[in-house]
Design a protein around this ligand. Structure first.
Ligand SMILES: Cc1cc2nc3c(=O)[nH]c(=O)nc-3n(C[C@H](O)[C@H](O)[C@H](O)COP(=O)(O)OP(=O)(O)OC[C@H]3O[C@@H](n4cnc5c(N)ncnc54)[C@H](O)[C@@H]3O)c2cc1C
Length: 430
């Protein structure tokens, strides 16, 4: 007779480890399968991890988590070919505990986080692919793995297997992702001495910075690029919707190479030694793409449930929060010994009422609107740069006349269409 657990967790990313940790801490018998050699060995992220959601699960994480740098400076760069319009915030309050967020390297972070779940009593099985869910009388009762005699049974299976969730597809929760629902991201980790990073980004030791770049950095395609400071390396990457890449016949690694050569970026990474090259998909469909989250004996969390807030570059925190909430629902279901969809649906309700559901709802039409209207990235960002250049150039022309020139740019584009575009953007972001 194959072994039976209270819960099987598929995937040891942030969502899976959050679920396994919460369940094991409550005394449930939990097994977590990871296809990689170790958790994180196959995972990719910029990556910024958020303190709040992590601390809810591991209150003393600061003592042992492999964090790179606490972020004190978040910048947004609107790029044209030879210029950049910059916005941002530097807050030294974030340099002190409790902090706001941190850069991490996933190969280290995921291993640590899964290890914390193991410390609580979860059983972690690496190098094992879960190939399908075992369904009996319309209820998920376990999983089949690629190990000999690899069937394992449980009251509940939590699918935390990431953006491509084969199991969620097998169970009919969602169809194959459309190219307009998913971004392809490529990134590089570039080694650089700590002092160079601190000089170039104006940081003290143990302070970090993030830059999100828009416009020319993706050649006007809907997406973002990013530059994040680690302890002794820089993560630099580009992510754009797959549909945009296909329509424009662009290759993501070419976009990354162009970004690295951009005149305002080049100096930040100059002299660095490329260490790793990584590529991964990001679910970007948002609220409208959230699949069915619960059925008899099964729940979906994290990227497998498409829980990414692309506007705010948040994914890992939504993954951890959803993993924790799914686990809390199972703990409650265990008390009444009922694992039907009806009982497990409390997870969906809690999730949709939390910041996860609320934030995704807030921006439900943002990505689609920006995708349908490339004017924002292709025309308004260059216009912002030209307007800034005009206003900041001191050339004997009065500021009144400069203002008129800037207004002339708007009129050239069409005043009515500009007002319409701005209203549309405000509506989807408000
Ligand atoms: C380039 C890039 C940059 C990003 N930057 C950020 C950022 O800065 N901040 C942020 O918050 N988010 C960021 N994200 C998003 C973030 O990485 C995800 O939202 C988050 O990792 C989701 O966690 P997860 O546990 O749901 O999925 P994953 O992290 O994808 O984990 C899924 C796990 O399941 C395992 N698995 C899959 N299938 C199976 C199977 N059949 N059997 C066994 N194991 C399986 C995988 O190996 C993996 O370990 C970024 C993503 C990318 C690609």
């Amino acid at each position: 007779m194959a072994e039976k657990f209270d819960v099987i967790v598929v995937g040891a990313g942030p969502a899976g480890s959050a679920a396994a940790h919460t369940l094991a801490k409550a005394g449930l018998n939990v097994i977590m399968f990871e296809r990689g050699e170790y958790p994180g060995s196959k995972n990719v992220m910029g990556g910024v991890i958020y303190r709040h959601q992590l601390q809810e699960i591991v209150p003393d994480f600061l003592e042992s988590a492999p964090l790179e740098r606490p972020i004190v400076q978040q910048n947004f760069w609107m790029m044209d070919e030879k210029s950049v319009f910059q916005m941002g915030y530097k807050g030294l309050e974030w340099a002190e505990a409790p902090h706001n967020n941190f850069t991490v390297l996933r190969a280290k972070f995921d291993q640590w986080f899964a290890g914390k779940a193991v410390e609580q009593g979860a059983l972690l099985i690496n190098e094992t692919v879960v190939t399908e869910a075992i369904v009996e009388d319309g209820k998920v009762i376990g999983v089949r793995t690629d190990r000999p005699n690899g069937d394992v049974y449980a009251d509940v299976v939590i699918l935390a297997d990431g953006v491509n969730s084969l199991l969620a597809k097998q169970l009919g929760f969602h169809k194959e992702l459309k190219p307009s629902e998913v971004a392809l991201a490529v990134m590089q980790v570039i080694n650089l001495p700590a002092e160079k990073i601190e000089d170039r980004f104006n940081l003290e030791p143990n302070q970090g910075a993030t830059i999100e770049l828009f416009g020319d950095s993706t050649k006007g395609l809907l997406g973002t690029s990013f530059i994040y400071t680690n302890k002794e390396s820089i993560s630099i990457g580009v992510g754009t919707l797959l549909s945009g890449l296909m329509e424009n016949r662009m290759k993501p690694y070419e976009l990354l190479e162009t970004l690295k050569q951009h005149p305002v970026v080049r100096k930040l990474i100059q002299g660095g030694e490329p260490k790793e090259y990584l590529a991964h998909l990001i679910p970007e469909g948002g609220y409208h793409s959230i699949p069915k989250l619960v059925d008899h004996g099964v729940m979906v969390v994290g990227d497998a449930a498409q829980l990414v807030n692309g506007i705010h570059r948040e994914g890992s925190n939504l993954a951890m929060a959803s993993g924790r909430m799914a686990a809390e629902t199972v703990i409650m279901a265990k008390q009444v010994n009922d694992f039907s969809a009806n009982i497990l649906d409390a997870y969906r309700t809690n999730l949709m009422n939390s910041f996860v559901g609320q934030d995704l709802k807030k921006y439900k039409d943002a990505a689609h609107t920006l995708d349908r209207n490339p004017v924002y990235f292709k025309e308004y960002i260059p216009m912002m740069n030209r307007a800034a250049s005009e206003m900041f150039t001191v050339d004997g022309v009065s500021k009144w006349d400069k203002q008129k020139k800037v207004m002339g740019m708007v009129q050239e584009k069409g005043t009515i269409s500009t007002i319409r575009d701005l209203y549309r953007a405000w509506k989807v972001m408000k």
